[in-house]
Design a protein around this ligand. Structure first.
Ligand code: FPP
Length: 222
């Protein structure tokens, strides 16, 4: 969801205003995905590298997560949406951890749509976390080194329950993956759109999905 800051700067607004508008774009996109019968949407809303931003901006992003969960959770749960928050819990304040746990618990039996929020997430961090989990299991004698396969390591990832993403889409025109879903995105189709996230609409999503359908996915085959 890139481009909130530039969207705000272009209007002479503080960056936090761009993030607030970004939440509106997120609401629209969740609805658009459900309209188009998609099963999963995973959004990158706070990376482990985002801690380097000014404290006021970090605080604004945390407040937006609080507000989003508080305002939308009840409705999403009633509508059958399952919510997962991917990322490290360490470093998050107790109230945020409680909020996340509640959102996941209240929605855990829902199946109509999956909204996955990567928050305090980093792709390398996820792989390190999984490696640590496997190392621990081996040290405890629950696994042998020969058991360490791609599937086994995948089961220790924050994304263990999720299918690999078919499409990874970045807005704002930047051509980088920036530590998002590194493990799962091994064979994802990558797409970069020249639109700031707050301006992202159902039409952009439909355009991306049309382009995705025209891709030839070979997974390394001929
Ligand atoms: C990147 O734009 C966006 C982010 C780092 C945060 C994305 C967050 C939201 C859309 C709102 C929060 C939503 C929840 C659910 C917490 P940027 O700030 O890097 O923009 P720039 O590259 O133009 O400066």
């Amino acid at each position: 969801m890139d481009g909130n800051g530039r969207w705000a700067a272009a209007r002479g607004l503080p960056r936090a205003a761009g993030h607030r508008e970004g939440v509106e774009a997120l609401r629209r996109t969740v609805e658009a995905c459900r309209d188009l019968n998609l099963d999963h949407l995973t959004v990158f809303s706070f990376s482990t590298e985002n801690w380097r931003r000014p404290p006021a901006e970090v605080a604004a992003l945390f407040d937006l997560l609080r507000l989003y969960v508080k305002r939308d959770l009840k409705r999403l749960v009633q509508e059958g949406v399952r919510i997962r928050v991917l990322g490290a819990r360490e470093g998050l304040s107790d109230d945020i951890v409680t909020l996340i746990n509640d959102a996941e618990t209240q929605s855990k039996h829902n199946t109509s749509f999956n909204l996955n929020i990567a928050f305090n997430y980093g792709g390398r961090g996820e792989i390190v976390e999984a490696a640590r989990g496997v190392a621990q299991a081996v040290a405890e004698g629950k696994m042998s080194p020969e058991d360490v396969t791609e599937d086994a390591l995948g089961r220790f990832m924050w994304t263990a329950d999720l299918p690999d993403p078919d499409l990874v889409l970045r807005t704002s025109g930047e051509l980088r993956i920036s530590n998002f879903l590194l493990w799962g995105a091994a064979y994802s189709e990558l797409m970069f759109m020249d639109v700031w996230w707050p301006d992202f609409s159902q039409a952009h999503l439909e355009q991306a999905i049309d382009a995705f359908r025209r891709r030839d996915r070979r997974y390394g085959g001929a």
